[in-house]
Design a protein around this ligand. Structure first.
Ligand code: PEP
Ligand code: MN
Length: 337
C-alpha cells in the first residue's frame, strides 16, 4: 500500500502514520517528494489494511501497489534512482560505460587496458576475479589476487571497479576491493547472495538470469532493496531462446519496459547478449537509442588470446569507434556520453 500524505501534512502527522503502519505489522518507508510525502507500507498485504490507514490525519489517499515488486516499482518512487560509486554515476543524463576484460588476467593487463579505456571515455572498469564458468575445467579467475590487480588499476586511473561476487561468504572480501558488486546471471536467484549484498550496502549491478522473466528479475532486485540497500543497477544481458545465431538473445524492449515499471537504472550488456564481437557496437547503439542508462562491454587488447569470452570481446580501437558512434546516438536522445 502507498499512503499519500496531503501536501500540507505536518511532520507529526507523517510520523504518526509511520508508527501506525509499523503497529499494523507492516514496514513503513517514508519517501519525501518535492510536493508531498508518501509512506509505503511494505509486507504481506491483507484485507482491511486500506481501511485502517485511510482515516489517518493528513492522509490524502491510500493506493495499492499493483506490482509484485514494491520497492523497485515506479508506483512507489517516481524519481529516477541515480547510483553513485567513486566517480562512477549511472541513472543521470550521462550514459555510463563500464568496460574491461571478461577476466582479470594479470596486473599489467588490467592496468594497461584500464588506462586506455579511461582515455577513450569509459566511466568504470570491469573485470572478473571470481568467474562463473560453465565448465569446471575452464579458468576460474585469480580470486583475491585478481581483486588486488583491480585495485591497482583503480589506483592508477581512478576508475571505479565493477566485479562479480559469487558467494555470500565472499561478499565482505569482494566489497573491500570493489566499488560495484556484480551479481552474475547464474546467481540472479541466489537469494542468500542477494541478501548478503543488500546487507553490504554496496552499489550492486544485478544481471538478469538467462531464463528469468522481468517480474522475477525485479523481485530479485527487491531482495537487495528490502535489506536497505537502494543502490541497485539492473543489467539486461540476454536470455536463452531457441535461436542459435547469437550466444543469447538480447531483448532490448526490456529497456523501455523497465524504465516504465521501475525507477532503477538500466544497463545493457551487448557482449554476453550477442556473444559476437561484430554485434557489440550495433547493439550498443540500439541500447542507447532505447533509453539505456549505461553499457557494460568486454574489451581486451588481444581478444584472440583472452582467458575467457574472446569471441565477444572487442579491441580498444573498436571500443573507441563504438564510443564515437554511441555519443551521436546519445545526443539524439538528449543524453551525453
Ligand atoms: C561476465 O560479466 O563476465 C559474466 C559472467 O556475465 P553473465 O553473468 O551475464 O554471464
Ligand atoms: Mn564474460
Amino acid at each position: 500500500m502507498i499512503v499519500v500524505m496531503k501536501p500540507d501534512a505536518t511532520g507529526a502527522q507523517i510520523e504518526h502514520m509511520r508508527q501506525h503502519i509499523a503497529s499494523l505489522g507492516m514496514t513503513p518507508q517514508v519517501i519525501t517528494g518535492q510536493h508531498q510525502t508518501v509512506i509505503a507500507a511494505l509486507g504481506e498485504e491483507r484485507a482491511g489494511l486500506a481501511e485502517a490507514l485511510e482515516p489517518g490525519e493528513g492522509v490524502e489517499k491510500v493506493l495499492p501497489i499493483m506490482a509484485p515488486y514494491k520497492r523497485a516499482s515506479s508506483e512507489l518512487k517516481r524519481e529516477r534512482t541515480v547510483v553513485k560509486a567513486l566517480g562512477f554515476e549511472v541513472g543521470g543524463k550521462k550514459v555510463a560505460v563500464i568496460a574491461g576484460p571478461c577476466s582479470v588476467e594479470s596486473e599489467e593487463q588490467i592496468v594497461s587496458i584500464a588506462r586506455k579505456l579511461k582515455e577513450l571515455g569509459a566511466t568504470a572498469l570491469r573485470g572478473g576475479a571470481f568467474k562463473p564458468r560453465t565448465s569446471p575445467y575452464s579458468f576460474q579467475g585469480h580470486k583475491e589476487k585478481g581483486l588486488q590487480m583491480l585495485a591497482a588499476a583503480r589506483a592508477e586511473t581512478g576508475l571505479a571497479i565493477v566485479t562479480e561476487v559469487m558467494a555470500p561468504e565472499h561478499v565482505p572480501m569482494v566489497a573491500e576491493y570493489a566499488d560495484v558488486l556484480q551479481i552474475g546471471a547464474r546467481n540472479m536467484q541466489n537469494y542468500q547472495l542477494l541478501q548478503a549484498v543488500g546487507d553490504s550496502g554496496k552499489p550492486t549491478l544485478l544481471k538478469r538470469g538467462m531464463s528469468a522473466t522481468i517480474d522475477e528479475f525485479l523481485l530479485a532486485a527487491e531482495y537487495i532493496l528490502d535489506r536497505g540497500n537502494p543502490n541497485v543497477i539492473l543489467c539486461e544481458r540476454g536470455i536463452r531462446t531457441y535461436e542459435e545465431h547469437t550466444r543469447f538473445t538480447l531483448p532490448l524492449a526490456t529497456v523501455p519496459y523497465l524504465n516504465d515499471k521501475s525507477h532503477l537504472p538500466v544497463v545493457v550488456d551487448p557482449s554476453h547478449g550477442t556473444g559476437k564481437a561484430k554485434l557489440v557496437a550495433p547493439m550498443s547503439k540500439a541500447s542507447v537509442a532505447a533509453g539505456a542508462d549505461g553499457l557494460i562491454i568486454e574489451v581486451h587488447e588481444d581478444p584472440e588470446h583472452a582467458a575467457s569470452d574472446g569471441a565477444q570481446t572487442i579491441t580498444p580501437a573498436a571500443f573507441g569507434q563504438l564510443m564515437a558512434q554511441c555519443r551521436r546516438i546519445a545526443e539524439a536522445v538528449d543524453r551525453t556520453m
